[in-house]
Design a protein around this ligand. Structure first.
Ligand SMILES: *Cc1c(COP(=O)(O)O)cnc(C)c1O
Length: 500
């Protein structure tokens, strides 16, 4: 009766899966003992691995053995409690299980009809998150204020994609729909972001066919690093006078470098005068609005933003990838992106009663990511999410306190939520270092600390001067990890300053 099958039976899957889950739990338990930053030279991993496709099936244990022996030493451990570089990319236990369920179901939610519950759960979860973050009813699929729904949220792979689609929607609006048929040639479109804007904005301009020169970077305040509103106004007016067509402003709530927060209401006032689309990039910081004491993080979004993005795959415990974004006017987005090949025609789409997410981003096929995010929101609950966010903020506040209490160091910008930035500025006796010496000592401090494997910090620059970024917010990080890292960093600083 049963024909030979190359596939595992349900029973085999169950056994192998239990082994893999055990492997992950052991990895998490033991990751503290590993160096945070990968300790390999270029090509070292490739030289040791044999990836020949075997003629006959191998057991999953063979994969785990190579993972242990050859791959783990070549990984930087993002779930390590002393990973303080970039921003956290949390992969929490509930997120891993939600992701696994999504993989097991393996549904494609490209249009409503290909898996209705996938689309409808995504709409519900994004509405709930929009309300929890204070974005307002205008961004919800199902409004509770009696108004007809004109906006809505969508899950994409990354904030880069969400920003790119926002640029396309804004171009569609600014051109009166003509970019669809005629492209952008003949109009000199301009986008604005601050000098601290994430590089994905430049990429979006390039991918939209506008060229990197279409991006006009606006100066920031030297201390807060927030966009200079008067400078934006001057830039837009000068560009218009030169015959260019300003159409898009990106404001940042929490820049990647120092966590700077732009003044959205003030910037939006300029944008409105000149008809610019207002996109708010809150990729890292936006989720902090789940805390009542930080509800002001998203100030101005409900009133002024045309689009908004934040990444649950950073601070909010949801395994990469999961970027959530919202638009106020979905007609602009769909107008820019919809195409309808015959094979996707179906009665539900034609009735106009459903959302077809394939029109909300560049790709067609899409994972059931809402299941992962929903699992996280439910299994942590508001209290768990808030406790996690608060511990990151407390950790960064402790870093800032230690920096300010040590005369060798100075903050590079105001501490922002879970991020502190600082540099070496004085010798062990507290005497100011010449700029070039401070620069070299700060860089050496970072290199020595990171190669020690104890912790991992990243860096940035303002006005050509390097600073170190210490981002707290990993799900395995405890205050003791912050204290221990500071101790080691302080000792390394002493030896760097002594020329040792
Ligand atoms: C991380 C980050 C991005 C890019 O996020 P991806 O999801 O990796 O594309 C954009 N903007 C800000 C402010 C960020 O911190």
């Amino acid at each position: 009766m049963s024909e030979p099958s190359p596939h595992w039976s349900a029973e085999e899957f169950r056994q192998h899966a239990h082994r893999v889950v055990d492997w992950i739990a052991d990895y998490w338990e033991g990751v503290d003992e590993r160096p945070v930053l990968a300790q390999v030279e270029p090509g070292e991993v490739a030289a040791a691995l044999d990836v020949t496709i075997p003629d006959e099936p191998e057991p999953v244990e063979a994969v785990l053995a190579d993972l242990d022996t050859h791959l783990l030493p070549g990984l930087t451990h993002w779930q390590h409690p002393r990973f303080f570089a970039y921003f956290p990319a949390n992969s929490s236990p509930p997120a891993v299980l939600g992701d696994l369920l999504s993989s097991g179901l393996g549904v494609q939610g490209m249009v409503w009809a290909t898996s209705p519950a996938a689309t409808e759960l995504e709409q519900l979860v994004l509405d709930e998150l929009a309300r929890a973050l204070g974005l307002g009813e205008a961004f919800c699929h199902r409004r509770t204020d009696g108004q007809p729904a004109t906006g809505g949220g969508v899950i994409s792979d990354t904030a880069s994609t969400a920003t790119f689609t926002a640029v396309l929607a804004a171009l569609h609006r600014a051109s009166g729909g003509t970019v669809r048929t005629a492209g952008t040639a003949g109009t000199d479109y301009v986008l604005y972001g601050s000098t601290q804007a994430h590089s994905s904005l430049q990429k979006a301009a390039m991918m939209a066919g506008l060229g990197e020169d279409a991006l006009h970077l606006v100066a920031v305040d030297p201390w807060t690093q927030a966009m200079d509103v008067a400078a934006l106004r001057r830039a837009v007016e000068a560009d218009r006078a030169a015959g260019r067509t300003p159409f898009f402003l990106q404001a940042a709530l929490g820049t990647t470098g120092t966590g700077a927060v732009d003044d959205v209401p003030a910037l939006a006032a300029v944008a409105r005068e000149h008809g610019l689309w207002v996109h708010v990039d809150a990729a890292w910081a936006g989720v902090a609005a789940l805390l009542p004491e930080h509800a002001d993080v998203n100030t101005g979004v409900a009133e002024h933003a045309d689009s908004y993005v934040t990444n649950p795959h950073k601070w909010l415990l949801t395994t990469f990838d999961c970027s959530t974004s919202w638009v106020r006017d979905r007609a602009a987005l769909i107008g820019a992106l919809s195409v309808l090949p015959e094979y996707l025609r179906n009665p539900a789409s034609e009735s106009g009663a459903v959302v077809d997410y394939r029109d909300w981003h560049p790709q067609l096929g899409r994972r059931f990511r809402a299941l992962k995010l929903w699992t996280v929101l439910r299994c942590y609950g508001r209290s768990g999410l808030q406790a996690h966010l608060r511990s990151g903020i407390a950790g960064a506040a402790r870093v800032a306190e230690l920096v300010e209490a040590d005369p060798r160091f100075a903050l590079a910008a105001p501490p922002s939520l879970g991020l502190a930035t600082f540099r070496l500025v004085a010798d062990t006796g507290g005497r100011p270092l010449p700029d070039d010496h401070a620069e070299q000592a700060t860089r050496e401090l970072m290199t020595v600390l990171n190669t020690s494997g104890v912790a991992y910090l990243s860096h940035g620059q303002t006005d050509g001067r390097t600073y170190l970024r210490w981002a707290v917010g990993g799900w395995r990080t405890r205050l003791a990890d912050v204290e221990h890292t500071w101790q080691v960093l302080s000792d390394v600083a002493a030896s760097v300053l002594d020329g040792g």
